[in-house]
Design a protein around this ligand. Structure first.
Ligand code: AGP
Length: 594
């Protein structure tokens, strides 16, 4: 993954690069660094740790051009030597790289045989030496020749001593240019540019750009092309914590607004079939949802919901496991869910879907992200920037999107009209649950002492058991497993006991009696049970240790409330444990590697 930023202009580059780097730190944060070119050498500052470690760099750093990097290790452990930028042998060239170079071992051997000496274990360093080999004063030409040797994915930014600008290039890793006033920038993602400019150019695969303070030149397939300038819809103020202690909490609290905005203009009381922001396309005979991690859980919820409202066959797949045979998906819509729009596994699965003959739609939160170029159409969620590594509000927006999609394809019915009413009521129900946060904090105080936990549900709430467990693992570092309630007795029962609390989602729906049976069976084995139940449930408290109440809703909407309750629970346990909630260890928000 990793985040890169480049600047060239009239201002001091170092503080601008550091501020930009903070905005892409969600992409990785095990080490970081900056390089500033001077007349004879490129000065490199890098260290182990997140971007704030660079704040301590000694005074006297000067330069109006530079490149910067925040790393999520793929090749080579997190260390100062493996941190970017990487330099050539002469220290006249430095590069930052996001991606993976598949043939780096062969290239490294070839370069070593020619006398180049390496300072790191990374794949990225070969890029600096390849450019060094080709460089005769024309940096653009050297980058073009060097990248022709690379196999794999890369977004790179390159500086050279004596060159008053930056050369950037991308292939299968994101890169966006920011056009400023007497200054120009590049970054892995638009938020890194927002403090300086909202005017951006999203690069295509194979694009190479030369940035100077007063100009940006772009080459595509060897020919110079005009810039296609777009305006970023997000504001820099949305990237702040707005008084919340963590972005995760802020983003959880934003969910009522996110539901409203994603629904806006899509539903009406006169026609229960939702209107979609995608071009009319031949109705499918089958629908497939794909995604990874949290996005897969939204896909799975889409499968459950779809099968309740539409007779069409529907499936959900983990994107990395999706491998349809060529030609087998004609008349199928493949709906790819990815908040970042950059997940390599999901983009790869889309390519396979298209080869199999499917029509593909991306559901994403990020304008012009790679996924939007890989699919036939795009449904943008309206979640606003999500900074915390743990997906919360974008998961909610995905739920809204998959429900709308199902309600678009479903036959008209009175049941569908009832769902429209509930969709409109959900923002205030989610708000009521958020307002009752104190009951969740009290529960967190009880559960924080445990090391293991099970979450169970039936039907459409099963994906929430999986998602709740993912959130507990991700931010609270608590080993949690989500199960379909019926499955627990087929093995996991062996682990139940006094120290394995179980959270049971038991909204009043057709599955309720069976959930009650499962809860009794678990209690009989000594495990503490917390039920998440509707506000008006008076029965469950007789059988469980605790009840976490959620507002009464149509059973098909219980997942929306269950997930908010579990997000708040995970957050509260992580807070009690004093963990780095927004940046959990070993993770990154965009997973652009396989
Ligand atoms: C969510 O909390 C996780 N950080 C992770 O599972 C994430 O959902 C997954 O990597 C997919 O990301 P995407 O939605 O950007 O494709």
């Amino acid at each position: 993954m990793c985040g890169i930023v480049a600047y060239t202009g009239a201002q001091e580059a170092y503080p601008i690069l550091l501020r930009g780097l903070k905005r892409v730190e969600y992409r990785g944060y095990d080490s970081c660094g900056v390089a500033l070119p001077h007349s004879e050498r490129v000065q490199v500052y890098k260290d182990l740790g997140a971007v704030d470690t660079l704040k301590g760099t000694p005074d006297g750093i000067q330069g109006n051009t530079g490149i910067a990097h925040t790393r999520w290790a793929t090749v080579g452990e997190p260390s100062q030597a493996n941190a970017h930028p990487h330099s050539d042998c002469t220290r006249r060239i430095a590069i930052v790289h996001n991606g993976d170079i598949d043939n780096f071992l062969d290239l490294k051997q070839e370069l070593q045989d020619q006398g180049h000496s390496f300072s790191s274990q990374t794949d990225s360093e070969v890029i600096a030496h390849l450019i060094e080999r080709e460089y005769d004063g024309d940096l653009k030409a050297a980058v073009t020749k060097a990248t022709a040797r690379l196999e794999g994915s890369y977004a790179i930014a390159v500086v050279a001593a004596g060159f008053p600008g930056v050369v950037v290039m991308r292939k299968d890793s994101p890169l966006v240019l920011g056009l400023g006033n007497g200054e120009n920038l590049a970054a892995s993602d638009a938020p890194a540019l927002l403090e300086r400019t909202k005017r951006v150019v999203y690069l295509e695969d194979g694009d190479l750009a030369v940035l100077r303070p007063e100009s940006v030149e772009l080459w595509r397939n060897g020919a110079q092309v005009e810039l296609t300038v777009q305006e970023v819809a997000w504001n820099v103020t949305e990237l702040d914590r707005a008084g919340y202690p963590h972005f995760m909490l802020k983003e959880i609290h934003e969910q009522p607004r996110v539901i409203r905005d994603t629904l806006a203009g899509r539903i009406s009381l006169t026609d229960p079939r939702a209107t979609l922001p995608i071009a009319a396309h031949k109705a499918p005979s089958r629908v497939i949802f794909i995604g990874c991690g949290t996005s897969y859980h939204a896909a799975l919820t889409g499968q459950y919901f779809f099968s309740q409202v539409s007779p069409l066959p529907v499936n959900a797949y983990v994107a990395s496991e999706f491998d349809p045979a060529p030609g087998t998906l004609r008349d199928t819509w493949v709906v790819a869910l990815s908040q970042s729009g950059e997940t390599a596994d999901t983009i790869n699965a889309i390519r396979k879907a298209r080869t199999a003959g499917a029509w593909t739609v991306a559901v994403t939160n990020v304008m012009s992200s790679s996924i939007t170029r890989a699919t036939d159409d795009v449904f943008y969620m309206q979640a606003g920037p999500e900074v915390s590594v743990a997906a919360t509000k974008t998961f909610m927006a995905q739920l809204v999107a998959v429900y709308l999609l199902a309600m678009h394809l479903a036959p008209r019915s009175t049941a569908l009209a009832e769902l429209v009413g509930e969709l409109r009521a959900m923002p205030s129900k989610v708000q009521r649950l958020i307002n009752a946060e104190s009951q969740i904090k009290a529960l967190a105080a009880k559960l924080t002492r445990y090391d293991h936990m099970f979450l169970i549900a039936r039907g459409i709430n099963v994906p929430m058991a999986l998602e709740g467990a993912l959130k507990l693992k991700e931010v609270a570092y608590l080993h949690a497993e989500g199960f379909a309630a019926g499955e627990l007795k087929h093995g996991p029962f062996a682990l139940l006991g006094l120290n394995t609390p179980v959270i049971a989602m038991a909204p009043h729906d057709g599955q309720y009696p069976r959930m009650l049976t499962a809860i009794k069976e678990i209690k009989a084995r000594g495990a503490p049970v917390t039920a998440i139940a509707f506000q008006d449930d008076t029965e469950l408290e007789r059988f469980v240790d605790d009840v976490l109440h959620i507002p009464v809703a149509h059973p098909l909407f219980a997942p929306w409330l269950n997930t908010v309750a579990l997000q708040l629970l995970s957050y509260s346990i992580a807070e009690l444990r004093g963990l780095p909630i927004d940046k959990p260890r070993h993770l990154a928000k965009s997973v652009t590697v396989f």
